[in-house]
Write a protein that binds this ligand. Structure first.
Ligand code: FES
Length: 168
């Protein structure tokens, strides 16, 4: 039997759920509102505080800056620095720069994909890790390299990369 429909729990798309989120957005907007070119610094600051930019966050930024949400969305999707999906508690960055590429970076990424179940740009089901392929991490002599948050792992093999993530 079908349950009767209860009251709608839908929120306005411009109303982020958590008070902390709303405060972070309001703070960023207050700092940059009125400045030409406020959109990118506001989005950067909000992303730094919240980890990613949901549609409701983009709508709240649009409302706060008095700019159409389509324009905010256009900026957020144009620049790869902005994350439009939730991120894990730890960021795994796998280097695919030239030195790492020729030293087997693709095999490292494959090993992580099969051991963690998350490929480039994806987050593990438990929300612990987000994986990203990046360009040079600045320690080419250790290729192939990955970083988990600020910790560097070099001279990786597929097995050692999977082990490093498992033990982190
Ligand atoms: S190419 Fe990977 S660290 Fe430089």
């Amino acid at each position: 039997m079908k349950k009767p429909a209860g009251p709608s729990k839908k929120r306005s798309p411009a109303t982020p759920q958590r008070p902390d989120d709303r405060a972070a957005i309001a703070g960023a907007i207050a700092r940059y509102a009125g400045n030409k070119g406020a959109v990118i610094p506001v989005l950067q600051e909000v992303q730094a505080a919240l980890g990613w930019l949901s549609l409701e966050t983009l709508a709240a930024v649009a409302e706060g800056l008095g700019i159409p949400v389509s324009q905010i969305y256009g900026v957020a999707t144009f620049y790869t620095q902005f994350r439009l999906k939730p991120v894990g508690r730890h960021l795994v960055r796998v280097c695919h720069g030239t030195a790492c590429h020729v030293s087997g970076a693709e095999k490292i990424s494959e090993a992580l994909r099969s051991s963690m179940g998350a490929g480039d740009g994806e987050t593990t089901a438990d929300g612990k890790f987000t994986v990203e392929s990046v360009a040079c991490l600045g320690c080419c002599s250790l290729a192939p390299v990955m970083m988990i948050d600020s910790e560097t792992f070099g001279r990786l093999t597929p097995d050692s990369a999977a082990k490093a993530v498992k033990e982190f």
